[in-house]
Design a protein around this ligand. Sequence first.
Ligand code: GDP
Length: 295
Amino acid sequence: MFETLSDRLNSVFKKFSGQKTLNEENVQEGLREVRLALLEADVNFKVVKDFTDRVRERCLGQEVLKGVNPAQQVIKIVHDELVELLGGDTTSLNLSGAKPHVIMMVGLQGSGKTTSSAKLANFLRKQKLKPYLVPADVYRPAAIDQLHTLAKQLGIPAYASTTQMNPVDIAVAAYAEAREQQCDVILLDTAGRLHVDEQLMNELVNIKEKLNPAEILFVADAMTGQDAVTVAEAFNAKLGLTGAVLTKMDGDARGGAALSIKTVTGTSVKFVGMGEKISDLEVFHPDRIAGRILG
Ligand code: GDP
C-alpha cells in the first residue's frame, strides 16, 4: 500500500538533499511535486491544498532548525502532517457502558463487512473478550451462510438468523440471546446495497435506535478511493459514524481513501484489512503508516 506515493515523495526529498537551506523558491518547487503526488494518490483536492499550505507555512516558518539539513527538515514536517491527515493518535474501540457492547458494521455491499465482522470478532477474542456474531444482511444472497461458516470455523457463537427475518427483529432478538450467553461484544453485520439508498439507511437508523451501539463502524473498500469517502459522508450524515475499517488495503497502491477520510468526514480509521484471511486485520496506527509512506 502507498507504494506510488512513497516513491514520489522520496524523489522530492532527494532533491532537497542537494540544497543548503529551505527558501521560498525550493519549498514552492518541492511542494508542487508533493501536491501532484498526493493528487495522483487520489487524495481529495481540498485535503491536498490544506496539507501543502500547512507544510509550506511550517517549512518557511520559525521552526526550521539550524544544523539540520533541508531534506531532513522537510521529511519531519511532511511526516508530522501525514500523521495528522491519517487521524493523529491511534483511536481504539470504545467499549464502555453496559455489556454486551454492540458494534454495528455498515457500508456498501462487497466492501468487506462480513469478512471484517469475523476478523474483528477474532481480534476481540484475542483481547480475552467473548464476541457474538450476528448476521443481519438478509439481502445479499449467502451473506448469512458466509458469516455462519466463519463463526463455526472460529468457534465463535452466532445468532441463527434467516433471510425470512426482518433485520431489526434479528438485531433485537440477537441482543437478548447474546446477553443470555453473557457475551461481551456483539458484531452486527448489517446489509449493504450497491449504492446508498433511503430504505437501507432507514433500516440502519432503526437498528441504531433499538440497540444504541457503542460503535458504528463504516466498512469501506480502500481501492474505491474517493468514492469510499463520499459514501462515508452519506452514512455519517444519517448514522453518526464512530470509526472506519478500510479493507483491501493490501491491494491499494494509492491510499487516497486512507489519506482523506478523517479530514473529509471527521471519522477516524480504526482498523485496516490487509487480506482475505481472518488474521489479516491490523489496528490503524497513523504514525506507523506515515513512517511506512516515507519509507
Ligand atoms: P460484504 O458484502 O460487505 O459483506 O463483503 P465481504 O465481506 O463478502 O467481502 C467481499 C470480498 O472482499 C470477499 O471476496 C472478501 O474475501 C474480500 N475482502 C474483504 N476484506 C478484504 C481485504 O482486506 N483484503 C482483500 N484482498 N480482500 C478482502
